[in-house]
Design a binder for this molecule. Structure first.
Ligand code: TXA
Ligand code: MG
Length: 349
């Protein structure tokens, strides 16, 4: 398939390109588009065939439901039922923005979009290109992250092109994702509401608006036997091609441990990499050392993480050691993605 690729300037959106993208979606095709979290791979959420095509383009298991993206709050009741007072309060506070909520679905949403579930995940992104594209597409765009299943979610157009060129009809390349991690997902069909995927909107921020919020226990304990409640969270994700290990402990011990192992790995002929906070980057003897940002700015780490994981593939790194991050606030989303990328390969010193 010939994929048409367009650069879109957020400050001067070419409405003709957006219209064309909308026509592709209405005709059952697929278009990748920027959002503030990560790039999405969009299809018509109300068309079962489009959702099937999305699974095929990503190589994604079809029991893993898609998020329905809207661009007007008033469109929510068309796809979702029993919208609670708490949900209304979260909408007022966080939409448009990086928060996805799960509701009971209405009959217009096909089971192909929800992976066979009676619930639907809905998000209203704040990115302007995304909003114009969703409106031009009829208002309801099903979109997973625009990566091949298992790879890190794309935070810039160049990664979407790497994964999706010749698999979909069009790619809209906007600016790099400002947040860089996927949205927080909250299940509003249970009481209290439950976080199924941590993100930029933290538990504390949600609790300020609606009181007590639970978190799916399987997300914080790697030993749990239970399956995560968001089907997508059970798959190994975000993984670079090289082997990734997370090392946790006091700073000095972590640096010593990693340097000792880098030495051994290099003798064995491996190309090595490290993910480090800015303060420590000079202290590692790896082939590639990536600066994840300052240790007191976890938002920066969140913003850079997927880009760093992807760049190790470009640089053909065989083994990667990462420092561990404080899991308060947005740190819980960072550690959730990092540990998944590492297949829970964590070394505690
Ligand atoms: O930030 C984001 O959310 C990005 C951008 C493109 O909007 N999208 C995204 O989609 O991350 P995806 O498909 O990569 O992740 C969606 C997650 C999966 O883990 C899926 O299992 C879960 O949402 N999910 C979707 N619908 C659900 C439902 N009805 N019940 C439980 N989990 C659901
Ligand atoms: Mg994804």
């Amino acid at each position: 398939m010939n994929t048409r690729i367009f650069n879109i300037d957020e400050t001067n959106i070419d409405i003709n390109i957006i219209k064309e993208a909308g026509t592709i979606i209405a005709g059952g095709g697929l278009v990748a588009f920027p959002t503030e979290t990560v790039y999405g791979l969009g299809g018509d959420a109300l068309n079962a065939m489009s959702s099937k095509k999305i699974y095929a383009a990503k190589g994604r298991p079809s029991d893993n439901p898609l998020i329905v993206h809207i661009a007007r709050k008033e469109d929510l009741p068309f796809v979702a039922k029993n919208i609670s007072d708490k949900a209304e309060r979260l909408i007022a506070e966080f939409w448009p923005g990086p928060l996805t909520m799960i509701f009971e679905k209405t009959d217009v949403v096909p089971m192909e979009t929800t992976g066979g579930l009676n619930t639907v995940a809905v998000r209203f992104p704040s990115d302007r290109v995304a909003q114009e594209f969703i409106k031009a597409s009829g208002g309801f765009v099903a979109a997973p992250s625009a990566n091949i299943s298992g790879k890190p979610s794309p935070t810039s157009g160049k990664y979407v092109i790497q994964d999706m060129d010749s698999r979909i009809d069009m790619i809209l390349c906007g600016s790099d994702a400002v947040i860089g991690l996927e949205s927080t997902i909250v299940d509003m069909t249970v009481e209290p509401p439950m976080i199924l995927r941590p993100g930029y909107i933290t538990r504390e921020m949600l609790e300020c608006v609606v009181g007590n919020v639970d978190i799916d226990k399987t997300l914080i304990s790697s030993d749990s036997q239970d399956k995560p409640k968001a089907p997508g969270m059970k798959y190994r994700h975000y993984a670079p091609q090289g082997e990734l290990k997370v090392v946790e402990g006091k700073t000095e011990s972590v640096i010593t441990y990693i340097n000792e192992h880098l030495e051994t790995d290099r003798k064995a002929g491996k190309r090595t990499g490290v993910i480090s906070v800015e303060e420590n980057t000079d202290r590692y003897n790896a082939d590639v050392v990536k600066n994840a940002g300052s240790s007191d700015n976890i938002e920066e780490v969140a913003h850079r993480l997927f880009d760093i994981l992807r760049s190790f593939d470009d640089e053909k790194v065989d083994i990667i050691y990462s420092e561990s991050f404080d899991s308060d606030g947005v740190g819980s989303a960072v550690m959730n993605r990092l540990l998944k990328a590492a297949g829970h390969n964590i070394i505690r010193l």
